[in-house]
Design a protein around this ligand. Structure first.
Ligand code: GLN
Length: 255
C-alpha cells in the first residue's frame, strides 16, 4: 500500500504545545514523497470501521484535565483495537500525556489515580504542586538500537530534540528500551538519563516541539515503518532546511 492512513486519537483533548504539527509534517512529507495521505480524527464517537485499516496512529499530549476526560473511553472503547494493533506490529507515536496513558496508571497531582491502557508495565506520578515541573528544551540521542541503525545509515543523524513540559514522572516496572539517552533535559523521571520508550512499532516520548517538525528524520522513519519499507526506499528529497532547523536548534538547546 502506498498510502499513509493516519489515525489521530482525541484531536480535541490531546493536542498540546503544537502537537498537531506532527500530523501536518507527516502529511507534507508524504506529499513530497508522492505517497497518498488520509487523516482520520478519532474522537469518542468515531466508529472503529473508520480507522481499523490505518497504518499510523498518533496521540498527542494533554494536561491532566484532558487526560481525565479521555481515559475511560480509551480503556472501554479503544483498548482492543490499540492492543491488537500494537501486537501486530502497528506503528504509532505517543506524546507526553498520551504516553502516560499507555501505562498502568497516572497519578494526578491531587493523588487521584486514573487508569491507563496497561499496554506497558509502567506508572506515572505527578509531582503535585510542591516540586517543579520539567519544563524546557531537550537534546537526546536515539538509544533504541534498531531505530538508531536505520536512521544512522540514511541521515547520519541520531539526535532528537524537542521541548518538554510535564509534572508526571514515569517509572518502568519492566525492562523497556528507552527512546533517547539525554544530553539536556529530564525525560522520563529526571533520575535516569532516559527519555521515552520504544516497543515494537510504538514510539513514546515526552517531546513536544512538535517533535516531527524538529526531527524530520523521525517523521521519515515513521512513514517508512508504516509502509513496511526502509527509509532508504523513500524518494530522495532535499532536506537542507530541515537539517539546518534541527542543527541550529540543537546548538541553541545545548547552551
Ligand atoms: N498532564 C501531564 C503532565 O503534566 C502531561 C502533560 C503533557 O502532555 N505535556 O505530566
Amino acid at each position: 500500500m502506498n498510502k499513509i492512513k493516519m489515525a489521530w486519537f482525541y484531536p480535541h483533548e490531546l493536542n498540546l504545545y503544537g502537537d498537531k504539527g506532527n500530523v501536518e509534517i507527516i502529511k507534507k512529507r508524504c506529499g513530497w514523497f508522492g505517497i497518498d495521505f488520509e487523516l482520520v480524527n478519532v474522537t469518542k464517537l468515531t466508529n472503529k470501521n473508520k480507522y481499523i485499516d490505518c497504518n499510523l496512529v498518533f496521540m498527542g499530549g494533554g494536561p491532566d484535565s484532558e487526560q481525565s476526560l479521555v481515559y475511560e473511553d480509551l480503556i472501554q472503547n479503544k483498548k482492543k483495537f490499540l492492543t491488537d494493533y500494537y501486537n501486530n506490529g502497528g506503528v504509532g507515536l505517543f506524546i507526553c500525556g498520551a504516553y502516560q496513558l499507555l501505562g498502568k496508571y497516572y497519578q494526578l497531582s491531587d493523588g487521584t489515580k486514573i487508569d491507563g491502557l496497561g499496554l506497558f508495565n509502567f506508572y506515572t506520578k505527578s509531582i503535585g504542586v510542591r516540586e517543579k515541573r520539567f519544563v524546557g528544551n531537550v537534546v537526546g540521542n536515539i538509544a533504541h538500537p534498531k531505530t538508531l541503525k536505520l536512521l544512522e545509515e540514511k541521515y547520519k543523524l541520531t539526535s532528537v530534540i524537542g521541548f518538554e513540559n510535564h509534572g508526571g514522572r514515569t517509572y518502568f516496572l519492566d525492562d523497556y528500551e528507552s527512546f533517547l539517552t539525554l544530553e539536556v533535559g529530564n525525560g522520563n523521571n529526571g533520575e535516569t538519563k532516559n527519555e521515552g520508550l520504544v516497543s515494537k512499532g510504538f514510539i513514546c516520548s515526552y517531546l513536544h516541539g512538535p517533535i516531527l517538525h524538529l526531527n524530520f528524520h523521525l517523521a521519515d522513519f515513521l512513514i517508512a515503518s508504516a509502509l513496511s519499507i526502509s527509509v532508504e526506499d523513500l524518494k530522495q528529497i532535499d532536506n537542507k532546511l530541515e537539517l539546518l532547523l534541527h542543527k541550529t536548534n540543537k546548538n541553541l538547546f545545548k547552551r
